[in-house]
Write a protein that binds this ligand. Structure first.
Ligand code: ZN
Ligand code: ZN
Length: 328
């Protein structure tokens, strides 16, 4: 099969011919139809996160068609399924047995520990493959971004409780979906982009944000919660200062630059900072049922598989609104 392979972190992905992967017990073989691009892929590519093995096939928002079913027939041949970041969990650790499989001590992640979807074929544990909404509502390219930015963004949104005034720092793939969900739930969204990103601010307003500005701006009202999607630690104290008492800053990324120190007064009055890690299959079930009801519309820029490196460069540069998806 053809694949775009990470051989040396910090170096461009290489267009390679690899042996076709063979499904093991409990796994399905998938023909990859599309694969979303996530900032986590960029962190792995740039050497900011350690890959589970090298060479590695990145990609954990796989829309695939089952070519070989698992023995239990969890997904029949021909079914369209999604493969998210959570690729396998042990099922027996203290996290797995308390509905926190996202924190499993032995979890394996797609496109990091298990080869992912920047390829023509992929294998995945059938129990972690997700049934997708109907194709007429969500074609392959439109459904792919739901599988990480959507799912993990939704987990982050739930961590904000019933916050009415919600700030989103970093208006990329995840935020453009979560903005729509938050507006659907009757919240007010305040969107913060990089300085100078007028197009990102206009995009946020189109999607229902009541206010959009740069991360240097103070919002017009104190916020009940903020989600930091950008991998920029300096935004954490910035977001904290934008909060009303009792508010929460949720850090939704897997990697972030260091958080600068800040006065305790900014945290005082029951403000809190927390992170969100990974996803559970329950998060996926809830979000994939909710998305068509909102409905969440994804704005997608497509790249052919061979141009994965350009797609990652575009993400690094903030060159597109919404999400990027590889067509395979
Ligand atoms: Zn991701
Ligand atoms: Zn576990």
């Amino acid at each position: 099969m053809r694949a775009m392979v990470l051989e040396v972190p910090g170096q461009p992905l290489r267009d390679a011919e690899l042996p076709d992967p063979a499904p093991g017990p409990g796994e399905v073989l998938l023909r990859v139809r599309a694969c979303g691009i996530c900032r986590t892929d960029l962190h792995l590519r740039d050497g900011e996160l350690e890959p589970g093995h090298l060479p590695l096939v990145l990609g954990h928002q796989i829309v695939g068609e089952v070519l070989t079913a698992d023995a239990a027939g969890t997904h029949p041949v021909g079914a369209r399924v999604g493969v998210p970041w959570l690729g396998w969990t042990c099922g027996e650790c203290r996290y797995c047995v308390s509905s926190r499989e996202n924190l499993c001590e032995r979890a394996r992640f797609t496109g990091k520990d298990v080869d992912g979807g920047y390829a023509e074929l992929a294998v995945a544990d059938a129990r972690y493959c997700l049934p997708l909404p109907p194709e007429r509502e969500y074609p392959d390219l439109q459904v792919a971004p739901l599988l990480c930015g959507g799912l993990i963004g939704y987990r982050a949104l739930r961590m904000t409780g019933d916050a009415e005034r919600l700030g989103l720092y970093g208006f990329g793939a995840a935020a453009h979906m979560i903005c729509q969900v938050a507006v659907h739930e009757g919240r007010e969204v305040y969107a913060f982009t990089r300085p100078g990103d007028a197009s990102g601010q206009a995009f946020a307003r189109e999607l229902g944000a009541v206010w959009a500005g740069t991360s240097d701006d103070a919002p017009p009202v104190p916020l009940d919660a903020a989600i930091v999607f950008a991998p920029v630690g300096a935004l954490v104290p910035t977001a904290l200062r934008a909060l009303a008492p009792g508010g929460t800053v949720v850090c939704a990324g897997i990697h972030m630059s260091d958080i600068p120190s800040f006065p305790y007064a900014d945290l005082w009055r029951e403000r809190s900072i927390r992170s969100v890690a990974n996803l559970t299959r329950e998060d996926a079930r809830l979000f994939l049922a909710l998305a068509p009801r909102v409905p969440v519309r994804t704005t997608v820029t497509t790249y052919e598989l061979a141009r994965a490196e350009q797609a990652l460069a575009g993400l690094r540069a903030g060159a597109f609104d919404g999400a990027a998806v590889l067509t395979v």
